[in-house]
Design a protein around this ligand. Structure first.
Ligand SMILES: Nc1ncnc2c1ncn2[C@@H]1O[C@H](COP(=O)(O)OP(=O)(O)OP(=O)(O)O)[C@@H](O)[C@H]1O
Length: 768
């Protein structure tokens, strides 16, 4: 028998033994779980039997409460225990199919015995709970697997560095308990395994990469030192993957203190959010709080303003070039994205400490109780040294006191009795009961008084709530003054133009995307920020799309939160934000650690080689060695053939077995046109801002919604020069082309884009 066969048989026997342990453990746990479940059900049923209820004397009441508490504690303990057992069972079930994916042999010190360690998605102890049969991929020792090839190796524990020698590194593909592939590996983690993983068809949801994490990705995943970790990585280099495995790692490493609620992930769009939503559960972790920055802003700004989405802004930039206001809007975008503008808001706010804040009158049943003048007078009578948000607190307290006085006065008014009479029976009974509770020996007059009091209180409650939320401050009107009346020496050159357009938008209660963050920042300067202190880790994917202002705001909101920013300057499609972006190394980005990823895993070597020529950045891009066919350029001679050619391209890709085929357009406008032209000819789905999930098949979508996602085949329906020629189009074109895993087809209806001309001819096939 050959050595290889012997090895394989040995490993297969081991897998079977491990699966046996898994089965035994699961059986035991199931039995315990069933017992526990039964006892929880019984306990719930008989809860009151074991509680001594006696409410006669104070002592008895206390005793009764204690008894209830005790009983509830027993129940909750049992329920928690049951939950823990269920989680353990789920872990075992996940392990059963493929208990591990890797093995390495390690000799800690010369002369000591070699240890074989097996790595999987969770730890597994043997039947006696003494030795590890499988180590969790996140355990300190498992980092050896990702960081070293056979030879000297070391890893970090909590308090020391352990060195030794790795004598073997082996990878497995195990399915349903059977070893389907086994490779002893050298320098990189399993070219073979990675080839297999990347060669598969694209999926509509992202997969975890724990079996094939690369050394440079592992640095991101296990980084614990940095308060601010910045990752610049070319398209397809595994930034999102690294971010998600990093979250799983942090949740494991800080299991006691870090919960899913303490981690927030900002993602670029809802489609992307659902695309990545399976990764953490697959790894046995709960999904963290995921939102788009737009959702975050909408939440903070509230409902009375219309907020433009970044996609609408993008669509405007790309389609409204002929509009009269376009040049000014572009200036706005530039200026409102800068730290200078943030400083301008600070200067304005500090002037507001002297005068200028607009208030809203407090009205009750159509009558003004306290007008804005009175509120302003009170506010400006307070000490200037006190910060504005603190003064707002004081105004709110004062208003609540004033309202209480009005509340008293209203009790005797006629409308109160009318309202009492209007109460339906249930409400009336409730009001009456309350009235009765409040008085022991009531007279008829007392009773009416209490009912009146109840009714007035009920009417004043929403008003008081709004006062507590500072609804008496007219944020919008105050902010508008920045663009109408306010003057200072430090205004930018083209301020007159900028401010007129913004003032018009604000008067229509419309916030452009570039103005949404400044508005919320300003609101915070007046009312105080409502930052969520429970956020301990903030992960921002596609970080190149955030402006300097937005970053500064995020840092201002989460001053003590650890942050991981991941992005790619090559894909900075919102060009006005590219300046002062922290992904570009500049002096003023405070102390941080940077990791650069240059290897691209998503696309075939042929696609990466092609796209490298028009990548806007200057970093090297290295393809992972996976072969495919060259990108194809179809240069149409006859415009009329355009749609039939697109159709033929789609059909060809389907024939080749590609399951997700994306027609990626520059804008939504273009996507809609193509959708309408093709919808009768083949099953095709249009993806827009509201698309939350996608199916396999043929999709048509704009570039900005394809961000972060990948497809088997990408077809660019029109890459003529009139679509892609400006410097700002380069990152759009790069982003579109780099979504392709296996095939890229580019059509040109007219003169071909100059970006394609940058690529040496031998790197693509041309069809006329
Ligand atoms: N170590 C790895 N093992 C297996 N697959 C990997 C690995 N790294 C990356 N990939 C795969 O490469 C593809 C791209 O990864 P990912 O989406 O994380 O990259 P990205 O840098 O966020 O890309 P982009 O910026 O272009 O959106 C995915 O299919 C991912 O599963």
């Amino acid at each position: 028998m050959s050595h290889d066969t012997e090895n394989r048989q040995y490993e297969q026997r081991r897998v079977e033994k491990v699966v046996e342990v898994i089965n035994n453990k699961e059986e035991n746990l199931e039995a315990r779980s069933a017992g526990l479940k039964q006892s929880v059900v019984e306990l719930r049923k008989t809860f009151w039997d074991d509680v001594t209820v006696n409410l006669e004397e104070m002592d008895d009441i206390i005793e009764t409460q204690e008894s209830i508490k005790q009983q509830a504690a027993i129940l909750s303990q049992k329920e928690q225990f049951h939950g823990k057992i269920s989680a353990e069972i789920q872990t075992l079930q996940r392990l059963r199919n493929a208990p591990y994916f890797g093995r390495f042999d390690f000799i800690e010190e010369p002369g000591t015995e070699k240890e074989s360690l097996y790595i999987g998605i969770a730890s597994l102890m043997d039947q006696d709970e003494e030795d590890f049969l499988v180590y969790d991929w996140r355990a300190p020792i498992s980092s050896l697997y990702y960081d070293f090839s056979p030879g000297p190796a070391h890893y970090q524990t909590l308090d020391s560095t352990i060195s030794g020698e790795m004598t073997l590194k082996r990878q497995f593909i195990i399915k349903q308990g059977v070893i389907e592939g086994m490779f002893d590996t050298g320098i990189t983690i399993g070219d073979e395994l990675l080839q297999q993983a990347l060669g598969n068809n694209a999926s509509t949801s992202m997969k975890n990469i724990v079996a094939t994490i690369q050394k440079e990705q592992n640095k991101i995943i296990r980084n614990e030192r940095s308060k601010l970790l910045i990752v610049q990585g070319v398209a397809g280099s595994g930034k999102t993957s690294a971010a998600l495995q990093r979250i799983a790692y942090l949740m494991y490493r800080y299991r006691e203190e870090l919960h899913a609620d303490n981690i927030v992930l900002f993602s670029p769009n809802p489609l992307f959010s659902s695309y990545i939503s399976n990764v953490l559960p697959e790894l046995g972790e709960t999904n963290v709080r995921q939102m788009t920055f737009l959702d975050y802003l909408k939440n903070g700004i509230g409902g009375n303003l219309t907020i433009e989405s970044p996609f609408e802004q993008m669509e405007y930039v790309l389609t409204q070039t002929e509009s009269e206001h376009y040049p000014i809007r572009m200036k706005n975008m530039d200026y409102l994205s800068t730290i200078d503008f943030m400083q301008l808001i600070d200067a304005f706010t500090s002037d507001l400490n002297g005068s200028g804040i607009q208030f809203k009158p407090i009205k009750f049943r159509g009558r003004t109780l306290i007008d804005q003048g009175q509120i302003g007078e009170y506010f400006y009578s307070l000490d200037k040294e006190i910060a504005i948000p603190n003064k707002m607190e004081m105004v709110s307290k004062w208003l609540l006191q004033e309202l209480s006085k009005y509340q008293q006065q209203e009790i005797a008014e006629d409308w109160v009795m009318e309202q009492i009479e209007l109460l339906d029976k249930e409400d009336y009974m409730r009001a009456y009961q309350r009235a009765e509770e409040k008085m022991q020996s009531s007279t008829v007059q007392d009773e009416e008084k209490i009912l009146r009091r109840y009714m007035v209180k009920r009417f004043f409650q929403p008003l008081k709530k709004r006062v507590k939320q500072f609804a008496f401050v007219n944020i919008l009107a105050t902010y508008q003054q920045l663009f109408t009346e306010w003057n200072t020496k430090e205004l930018p050159n083209n301020w007159q133009d900028i401010r007129a357009q913004i003032a018009t938008d604000l008067s229509q209660k419309f916030l452009t995307w570039e103005n949404a963050t400044p508005y919320l920042y300003f609101k915070g300067r007046l009312l105080g920020d409502s930052a969520d202190r429970s956020v301990r880790q903030l992960i921002i994917d596609e970080a190149q799309d955030y402006s300097a202002f937005q970053f500064a705001y995020i840092k201002h909101l989460f001053p003590y939160t650890r942050m991981t920013l991941l992005g790619d300057v090559n894909q900075a499609i919102y060009t006005h934000v590219a300046k002062e972006n922290p992904l570009i190394p500049v002096e003023h980005v405070e102390s941080h650690e940077r990791i650069t990823l240059t290897k691209s895993y998503r696309s075939t070597k042929q696609i990466v080689d092609f796209t490298t020529y028009f990548a806007p950045g200057h970093e090297p891009i290295e393809p992972f060695n996976r072969e495919g066919s060259k990108p194809e350029l179809i240069n149409l001679q006859n415009e009329n053939e355009w749609m039939t050619t697109v159709l033929t391209c789609v059909e060809e890709q389907l024939k080749k077995g590609n399951e997700t085929i994306a027609l990626i357009c520059k804008t939504l406008e273009e996507s809609e046109q193509i959708y309408h032209l093709l919808q009768d000819k083949l099953p095709i789905h249009l993806v827009n801002e509201e698309t939350y999930t996608f199916e396999k098949g043929v999709l048509v979508l704009p570039i900005y919604l394809a961000k972060g996602i990948e497809f088997d085949a990408v077809i660019i329906p029109d890459a003529s020069a009139d679509h892609y020629s400006l410097e700002s189009d380069k990152s759009l074109f790069y982003t579109a082309c780099t979504r392709a895993m296996h095939a890229l087809t580019i059509l040109c209806r007219q003169e071909i884009s100059p970006f394609i001309k940058l690529v040496p001819k031998e790197l693509y096939d041309v069809k006329e």
